[in-house]
Each structure stands twice: as structure tokens, then as C-alpha cells.
Design a protein around this ligand. Structure first.
Ligand code: CTP
Length: 424
């Protein structure tokens, strides 16, 4: 999570973390010296803070410093006999509303991803089920290693929030990405995420959202079709994320083997673009917003044979005449009422940003999600995606390669931001 805006920690009267219990987990990196400042900022924002540290972290920051700034005892030893509870990690996991691991070394990230619990902090992390933030800090080579990237992917899928490292001079004397985000940025990200999770006024709560996902199949005859490689993973991830945030989701899905788990998702299965068009135009009427992520076939065979077309030996070849399918997104854009929102996806090969901006205007969208075609791991079938989000005001947000679940969080955040900014 990168943000260049200066940080304003809200004064105590409107303390955004009032009543929240935050555990700051500290591991053995040089950035541990910044942890007391983070503790102070979280307390200033209204939270009660307790620290959990690893053996190595104590080489960089003393428990006495952390106890003094947090006004609480520090948890560092699984077998500390002076603990009031013999299973302190269990007591702490119930106490905390969130854990912020800052700094998070490659080692703790590896342990978290693989369920290793061999000290006080990793044991606490394994038993913790609530909001978890990780603030990586390490050398660029470690950050770019395949093992680290795999572990980050696993944690993204587990719903862990990453507050990304920044570029700068590193402890090893080199320059590159891997420097822990500044405590102000971390506090800001924690405040924003917690506010979204706990706010009764979360703008998305109760909203009815339409989502299209997956491919469409256009029948040639009773056994053949024209389709595409879309799996629907992106749209299904968005549906789950919005349902988690209290939305009533209608998911119009093309043919896919994916399943949904949230009870607030009403799934309508369709096969062809025209069936998707019928369902989407009907459902959008009563929706507050729609996010169209489906890879709709632009063309269909003009005639569909009701039997299997036989091979004909005397024929040199075969021609299938295609006609254009209706554009669902453009139709919804044309019908959009005041107070309704519409989000589209774009897949471009040339002048990507310019073409996506044109699509945004032409189809009357509030923002558009541009898929990258050039990055390994992005696009059809992958669990990861790399997108750029462009809104009507011209703001362009380039996201890094991340899991589709994490991209779904970014899209839900953007929808929430746009809806909040236009609230009267
Ligand atoms: N879309 C749609 N109905 C169609 C075609 C596309 O709703 N018949 C939606 C997709 O779900 C996506 C967006 O339109 O949200 C963009 O799709 P894309 O294939 O990038 O662009 P097109 O509008 O089809 O334009 P072109 O192929 O000319 O780039």
C-alpha cells in the first residue's frame, strides 16, 4: 500500500481506533527501531497496543522501550512463567482486533505462509483469525526471490493485508525496494482498513451489486461452440469480496467450474452472450452498481444448427458466418440512472491507457480496470492479475502483480471511494 499524501493522525476526540486492541508484532530487521514510533501513532489514534517480539527483534529494540511506549507488557517468550496465562498467545489472540507485523522479515513471512509456529510471535500469528497486516522489510534480492513471491501469494489468498515496502537506501548499503513503509504510512493504512471493517456507515453495506464473470459460449451446433479461455476467477473474487463487505451480490456467471460460498451471493448461470445480456439488463434495474468482468464473446454464429454438423468429404473448407453480440456494458452505460455506478474491464494491446480512457467515456463508466497482457502471471486462468484502475477524473492507479483476491479488494476499495465521494 503506497501513498504519498502526508499523514494526519486524527486528534483524540475523534480517535479512529478508539476502543480497538492492536498487537504490533516486531521481527528482527533494522526497521525494528521504528516500531516504537508506530506504537505511539496507533495509541494516538485511540488504540490500546501490545507488542509481541521475536528473539532477534530484541537485538534492535528493547522490551523496555516497547513497554514504556505501549504502557503494556511485551510478549516475547512462549514459556515465560511470569505470564498470568500459561497460554499467552491464546489470550492475546482473543484480545487483539488486529495484528500489525512491522517490520516483517522474509523469515516471518515464510513461517506465516507455511503455518510454522516455533516462537511466541509465530505461534500467535498462526492462532490469530482477525485482521493481519504485514509490513515487509528486507533486501531487494530476498524481496524478488521466487520463494518469497510464492509466500506472499499464499498470504494474499489468506486475506493478509500487505503494507508494501518502499524504495530507498537499505541497511546493507545498497539502493532498492525493501525498505519498510514509514510508520506514518503504516498507521494510516491500518486506520483506513480498520475504519472500513468496523464502520457502521460502510457505504457498501446493504448495496445491491451486479457482477458478470467468466466466458460465454456461442453455439455452432448441438456439440460445438465458440468460447474463450476466461475462468471467471476475477469476477468470483470480486463477488466474494463485496459480499464480505455486506453487499447483496447478483453474480451472472458464464460457464465455469467455480463455486461460490457466501450466502449473500445470488448466482445466475448463463451460457451465451445474449443470455448474459438478458440477465444483466434485467438485474441492473434494481442494482446500485455493476461490475462487468465477463469475457463476453463479441460474435456468435448467425445460425445455430440443432444437430451435430456432419463432416462433408467433398467440401474444401467450411465458413461460419458470425454476427455481432450486444455490448452489455455499453447498454448498461446507456441506461445508467443518477446514483447508479458502472465499472468495466478492458483488455488492450496498443495505447492501453488511452484506449481504456476512451472506453470509459464511451461506455459511460465510473472507472475501468485495465488488464495487463504483458505480465507473466496476469490474465486468463492465473490466480494473479496485474491491473491499472482509471477513473472518470482521470486518476490512474497502477497496481502491482497480486492475487486476484487482492485485486478484488482494490476494486471494492475503489468502488467504495467513488461512492463515498459522490454521496450527498
Ligand atoms: N463487454 C460486454 N459485452 C460485450 C463485450 C464486452 O459487457 N459484448 C464488457 C466486458 O465485460 C468488459 C468490457 O466490456 O467489462 C470490455 O471488453 P473488451 O473486450 O476489452 O472491449 P470491447 O468493448 O469488446 O471492445 P474491443 O474488443 O473493440 O476492444
Amino acid at each position: 500500500m503506497k501513498n504519498d499524501e502526508s499523514v494526519v493522525v486524527t486528534p483524540a476526540t475523534t480517535a479512529p481506533l478508539q476502543g480497538k486492541h492492536i498487537i504490533v508484532g516486531i521481527t528482527g530487521g533494522i526497521a525494528a527501531y521504528k516500531a516504537p514510533l508506530l506504537v505511539r501513532l496507533l495509541i494516538k489514534a485511540g488504540a490500546e497496543v501490545r507488542c509481541a517480539v521475536t528473539e532477534h527483534a530484541m537485538q534492535f529494540v528493547t522490551p523496555l522501550t516497547l513497554e514504556t511506549v505501549s504502557n503494556n507488557s511485551v510478549y516475547s517468550d512462549l514459556f515465560d512463567r511470569s505470564n498470568t496465562h500459561s497460554t499467552e498467545h491464546i489470550a492475546l489472540k482473543d484480545w487483539g482486533d488486529a495484528i500489525v507485523v512491522a517490520p516483517a522479515t522474509a523469515n516471518i513471512i515464510g513461517k506465516m505462509a507455511n503455518g510454522i509456529a516455533d516462537d511466541a510471535l509465530s505461534t500467535l500469528l498462526l492462532s490469530f483469525r482477525k485482521t493481519t497486516f504485514v509490513c515487509p522489510a528486507m533486501n531487494t534480492n530476498m524481496l524478488e526471490s521466487p520463494a518469497y513471491i510464492r509466500n506472499v501469494d499464499i498470504l494474499h489468498n489468506d486475506g493478509v493485508h500487505f503494507i508494501e515496502s518502499e524504495s530507498g537506501e537499505l541497511a546493507c548499503g545498497t539502493y532498492g525496494n525493501g525498505r519498510m513503509a514509514e510508520p506514518e504510512q503504516i498507521a494510516k493504512a491500518v486506520i483506513e482498513t480498520m475504519a472500513l471493517k468496523y464502520s457502521d456507515t460502510n457505504i457498501l453495506t446493504g448495496k445491491k451489486i451486479l457482477i458478470t464473470a467468466g466466458p460465454t459460449y456461442e453455439k455452432i451446433d448441438s456439440v460445438r461452440f465458440i468460447g474463450n479461455f476466461s475462468t471467471g476467477k476475477m469476477g468470483f473474487a470480486i463477488a466474494e469480496e463485496l459480499a464480505k463487505r455486506g453487499c447483496k451480490v447478483t453474480l451472472v456467471a458464464g460457464p465455469t467450474s467455480l463455486t461460490t460460498s457466501h450466502p449473500s451471493i445470488n448466482r445466475i448461470d448463463v451460457l451465451s452472450a445474449r443470455q448474459m445480456f438478458d440477465a444483466a439488463t434485467r438485474e441492473y434495474e434494481s442494482c446500485d452498481a455493476a461490475i462487468l468482468s465477463a469475457a463476453v464473446a463479441d460474435f456468435r454464429p448467425e445460425h445455430e444448427a440443432d444437430h451435430k454438423i456432419k463432416k462433408q468429404n467433398d467440401l474444401d473448407g467450411m465458413t461460419i458466418h458470425l454476427v455481432q453480440n450486444p455490448d452489455i456494458l455499453a447498454t448498461l452505460g446507456g441506461n445508467k440512472r443518477q446514483g447508479q455506478y458502472l465499472v468495466g474491464f478492458a483488455l488492450e494491446t496498443d495505447n492501453e491507457i488511452d484506449n481504456a480512457k476512451k472506453k470509459l467515456t464511451k461506455k459511460n463508466l465510473d472507472f475501468i480496470v485495465l488488464n495487463s497482457l504483458h505480465d507473466k502471471g496476469a490474465g486468463f486462468g492465473h490466480d494473479t492479475n496485474k491491473v491499472t484502475i482509471i477513473d472518470r477524473a482521470g486518476k490512474v492507479t497502477q497496481c502491482e502483480l497480486k492475487s486476484k483476491k487482492a485485486v478484488a479488494i482494490d476494486i471494492a476499495d475503489k468502488l467504495s471511494e467513488i461512492m463515498s465521494s459522490q454521496q450527498v
